[in-house]
Design a protein around this ligand. Structure first.
Ligand code: PMP
Length: 426
């Protein structure tokens, strides 16, 4: 057993990235993931971990959900991948279903295999729209702290300089504004703006919920300048924040919506961007203007169809609202009780962030939860925030268990930090 673990660690160190091996070890997860089911992941020793990270939003339905796995197995027996020149039935059915369940007049879908590809497609579609109209627009407006992916286009509209600077120059004409501030957004959008891209609730920025009315104001600002609104619902989509899509909480319909993560049901990699007919018009004369070998493959689309049905049938948006209220109200007193290390607890539905005063302190708390076999992590663009993002099928008892563990971990961390401060003074 130890040999097996040692082999994997050495392979990480020699063939993947020694830094990544160190990071995984630091967070307290230096074990091999062996199998997973529901809200639990089991390591190579058979130890169970309660998953309150949920693959950053992938595991809305938990791990290995039976209905999705069965749909994928059935498709696997028939035809896993498309020949790419005949009609692909699962892809057609999934596109039709997405048009039904997404808000407003979103209609045409293009399928990809990740969130960043969905964002790339959305950005290209916005530029294409204005190019086809004979008045090209180049610019994009996005928000500080935003996370849209790490391919060059998506990175250009993301908001963490640390991830961007080594790869400059990125796309020209990308302006970042403070998230949640209407005036700043209004000042940044002009007649050269192709699109504003926003997460309805920022995930990787540290779970930032904007003031009520922000998304609606963004919609209005875009309309005033003829710019397009792209909603990146890669993380917030499919019930995570208590409505099927987070932009529905404000009754806002974007021109393009980016989807991924939970769309594949936790079984297949699957993303999509879906847009209005008007936006899709320029794609019609040359439908291969944008293409992807794996995009829309039958296995992934079978997973997507089954995932959507399971999410709707189980009313997982409702579950996210209920369990989210339980989690947030359980955490409410925590910040007041430990002001020396904890800044704020916030979120919507089952996208919850606990902000510490310092990233090392967040790391300590995450490791303390890991030692209690509870999986959490920090948000990618803000390591001072520990995210709680469990599967939407999580039970009230599991939420209660995690609340107890978080309270203990935070109290122990606060004690340790106070002790260290005393030592430094002495
Ligand atoms: N957009 C958002 C809002 C995300 O949270 C993420 C991933 N955390 C992405 C895009 C990128 O997705 P992927 O890692 O699948 O490329």
């Amino acid at each position: 057993m130890a040999d097996r673990l040692q082999t994997v660690i050495e392979q990480y160190q020699r063939f993947i990235n020694p830094g990544l091996a160190r990071l995984i070890d630091f967070m307290g997860f230096g074990v091999i993931e062996e199998r997973a089911s529901g809200c639990y992941i089991y390591d190579h020793t058979g130890q169970a971990y309660l998953d309150f990270l949920g693959g950053f939003g992938v595991y809305a339905l938990g791990h290995n959900p039976p209905a999705v796995a069965a749909a994928v197995r059935a498709q696997l027996d028939r035809q896993p991948m498309s020949c790419r020149v005949m009609l692909n039935e699962p892809q057609a059915a999934l596109a039709a279903r997405l048009a039904e369940i997404t808000p407003g007049a979103l209609q045409y879908s293009f399928f990809v295999s990740s969130g960043t590809e969905a964002v790339e497609g959305a950005l290209k579609l916005a530029r294409l729209y204005f190019h086809a109209a004979g008045r090209p627009r180049r610019d994009f407006v996005a928000a500080h702290g935003a996370y849209h992916g790490k391919t060059l286009g998506a990175l250009s509209v993301s908001g963490r300089p640390k991830y961007q600077q080594p790869f400059e120059p990125l796309l020209p004409g990308c302006r970042l504004v403070p998230f949640g501030e209407v005036d700043a957004l209004a000042a940044a959008v002009d007649a050269d703006t192709a699109a504003v891209i926003l997460e309805p609730i920022q995930g990787e920025a540290g779970v930032i919920v904007p003031p009520a009315g922000y998304l609606a104001a963004a919609r209005e600002i875009c309309d005033r300048h003829g710019a397009k609104l792209i909603a990146d619902e890669v993380q917030t989509g499919f019930g995570r924040c208590g409505t099927l899509f987070a932009c529905q909480a404000e009754g806002v319909t974007p021109d393009v919506m980016c989807l991924a993560k939970a769309l594949g049901g936790g079984v297949m990699p699957l993303g999509a961007f879906i847009a209005t007919a008007a936006m899709w018009e320029p794609m019609q004369p040359n439908p291969l203007l944008h293409s992807s070998t794996w995009g829309g493959n039958p296995l992934a689309c079978a997973a997507g169809l089954a995932a959507i049905e399971a999410i709707l049938e189980g009313d997982l948006a409702g579950a996210a609202r209920d369990r989210g209220t339980q989690l947030l109200s359980g955490l409410a007193d925590l910040a007041a009780a430990h002001p020396s290390i904890l800044r704020e607890v916030r979120g919507r539905g089952l996208l919850v962030g606990v902000e510490f005063t310092d990233e090392d302190i967040a790391g300590m708390c995450i490791a303390k939860l890991a030692s209690r076999q509870i999986l959490v992590a920090y948000t990618l663009n803000n390591p001072t925030v520990m995210r709680l993002e469990p599967p939407l099928i999580v039970s009230t008892q599991q939420v209660e268990q995690v609340l107890t563990a978080v309270r203990e971990a935070v109290a122990e961390t606060a004690e340790l930090v106070a002790l260290l401060a005393d030592e430094v003074e002495a």
